[in-house]
Design a protein around this ligand. Structure first.
Ligand code: SAH
Length: 333
């Protein structure tokens, strides 16, 4: 829906009407304004005409039914994807996109291969969330976490992402606690610095993927502009200001960044308070293969021996091309 148009429609209404409409939209998760019975019929009709709230999407469900991918067609016919992951511990995490495509072109990521089209608007980000909130409502469940780890680089669309989170966090809006949001960045320093100054207490993750710039710049061309040292110094500033933990994501790629030497080099600068490393098995997107489980276990042991806090990411949705790095649209013109 067009959020600006939505606000405008309430300019001449009594003040409480906007609150009622927001409640129907974000809390009751109505799919059509006719369902908002608290509003007068004439207003519902006007809203349906000038501010429709249908969110058309095609869904793909994994065999185990724990991963659901939604494909959205935007108003200019471009397409994006978002993914719902239903964890065993009852968490329902959704992974949302921040851009159509991505300009960063990381070697292991399918999104980069499709190039960059444009930034997503605030309403396009919010709608990905509402689509899954409506979906889960049918089975009596709710979204518990939102991660900006879908298509695109959130910090290259900084303002719209922060405003989307503000709406989704707002008590009068979707009302999801700030700590339930995570932004993952390839290391855009300006974004890290700006986030440190925001009031929102959201989580931050950084895609590291290599212990040195020589290897990292081969995997992530953006490393030339934002090398590891500069990223770490901005992260240290962020931690000093926010006292929040920061996750460093590390994809385990077979015979590329997964040796004992790589682990030792990484441990040298990751064993710091407030830092933790998240090991991710590389999802197939092209030439790279995932490290074996044994190799990942050894890597983890070396890090832990050196005092690094390590977590491992559970793999979701490979069968429907919904796993990390697999989101890509082949027919975006
Ligand atoms: N641009 C942001 C967010 C999008 S990607 C970033 O770079 O962080 C979200 C996460 O998925 C990142 O850590 C990214 O590096 C990771 N990822 C990309 N391709 C992957 C793959 N093939 N296997 C596993 N993780 C991948």
């Amino acid at each position: 829906m067009d959020l600006i148009q939505f606000q405008k429609l309430f300019n001449k209404e009594p003040r409480y009407r906007l609150g009622q409409a927001k409640r129907a939209f974000f809390h009751d998760l109505i799919k059509n304004w006719q369902e908002a019975m608290v509003l007068p019929l004439s207003l519902r009709e006007k809203l349906n005409k000038e501010c429709p709230i249908g969110i058309p999407a095609k869904t793909f469900i994994s065999k185990d039914k724990n991963t659901i991918k939604a494909l959205f067609t935007l108003k200019d016919d471009l397409k994006i994807e978002a993914v719902l992951m239903r964890h065993k511990d009852k968490r329902n995490t959704i992974c949302v996109s921040s851009q159509v495509g991505c300009p960063l072109n990381c070697a292991f990521c399918a999104t980069g291969k499709m190039g960059f089209k444009r930034n997503l608007e605030i309403s396009e980000v919010v709608e990905q969330v509402l689509f899954f909130a409506r979906y889960l409502k049918q089975i009596g469940e709710k979204i518990t976490n939102i991660v900006f780890m879908g298509m695109g680089e959130p910090f290259l669309n900084y303002q719209n992402i922060i405003e989307s989170i503000t709406i989704l966090n707002d008590k009068e809006g979707f009302n999801l606690g700030a700590r339930r949001f995570s932004i993952s960045t390839a290391g855009i320093i300006e974004g890290i610095e700006k986030l440190a100054k925001e009031k929102l207490q959201i989580n931050l993750a950084v895609s590291l993927h290599a212990p040195n710039d020589k290897l990292r710049s081969k995997l992530m061309p953006i490393d030339k502009k934002y090398p590891i040292k500069k990223i770490l110094s901005s992260i240290d500033g962020y931690i000093k200001k926010t006292r929040r933990r920061v996750m460093f994501e590390y994809i385990m790629i077979k015979n590329l960044n997964d040796s004992k030497k790589h682990a030792q080099a990484l441990a040298k600068f990751m064993n710091k308070p407030f830092y933790f490393v998240n090991l991710i098995s590389c999802n197939p997107t092209g030439i790279f293969k995932p490290s074996s489980l044994l190799r990942i276990k050894k890597f983890q042991e070396i890090l832990e021996k050196e005092g690094v806090i390590v977590t491992k990411r559970y793999r979701f949705g490979q069968g429907i091309k919904a796993a990390c790095g697999q989101l890509a649209i082949s027919d975006n013109k």
